[in-house]
Design a protein around this ligand. Sequence first.
Ligand code: F6R
Length: 357
Amino acid sequence: EKGTYPHYMLKEIDEQPAVMRKIIQNYQDENGELEIDSDIVTAMNDADRIYIIAAGTSYHAGLVGKQFIERMAQIPVEVHISSEFGYNMPLLSKKPLFIFISQSGETADSRQVLVQVKEMGHKSLTITNVPGSTLSREADHTMLLYAGPEIAVASTKAYTAQLAVLAILAEVTAKSRAMEVPFNLVQELGIVANAMEVLRDSKEDFEMIAHEYLSTTRNCFFIGRGIDFYVGLEGALKLKEISYIQAEGFAGGELKHGTIALIEEGTPVIALATQKFVNLSIRGNVKEVVARGANPCIISMDGLNMEDDRFVIPEVHELLTPLISVVPVQLISYYAALHRDCDVDKPRNLAKSVTVE
Ligand code: F6R
């Protein structure tokens, strides 16, 4: 039940810190160490390449998950949109492991791929919020999200839960291979949960941003570099699905190769700047769009912030920033939809789970 909340989406955004803590709890052993099913660790270690298959928001989580797995466990990962995989199947490695990311566990396009790769004799793991869902029953292994039911059509807490579970999968695998991991993940996810609480208490800022930048605009762009680019893709999807504003996410460096032509006087450009090694280059991209009349909204991270940044998120480990930087874009999208009188929880033309191909 949504209780005192006007919409499920807002309630689910607010639940994110609690979901983080629940995930930590569920994946901890009696000594407080992160633990996952040993068969899953074996499947990861047996694989020479991982293929992540997903759709929509879950696909965007997969893009970040690839970074976690490659950087921590050093296993090569490819991420594919499930609806394209069947027609456009890549040359598979000798010992692939397929990871299906699906909040509902019912997405038909993803199931189609699972059926196909099972027939080929390949191993599979489903990461889902719904125990007993089709993708969970049919895959060899399952990891649960523990996010609680997600009712709003726009996915929010499932995305951050997917990222947390993918990070746990990457870290536990890395440790099993005696690799050095960049942090104590239990501790870092605790920091993430606290940072999410700070953002939850900053709703007025996001409402103001939505009002200022998005109440009348026809379009909006998100830019970022590195993992910020992937969060930009998710921000654009959130904004378009619930507010019907045409929104696109671009890699900062790709702008000049064509898309900068779309910038007009007043076009909102939301720039994410949470990555130290590209901080100056993304700010260079902001200057380029401002020179063409764009209305910039920079969301940066404590420690990397500069004058005129519109919002500064609390500092978390640079690999885990998507867990935090997505919250402002979720809230900005929510308030943009409210300002524009859209049906936040049940946007037009959309269904919560897409069970047709
Ligand atoms: C966006 C959204 C969709 C889903 C997609 C996959 O907010 O909810 O893009 O992410 O339909 O759904 P699952 O994760 O259930 O396979």
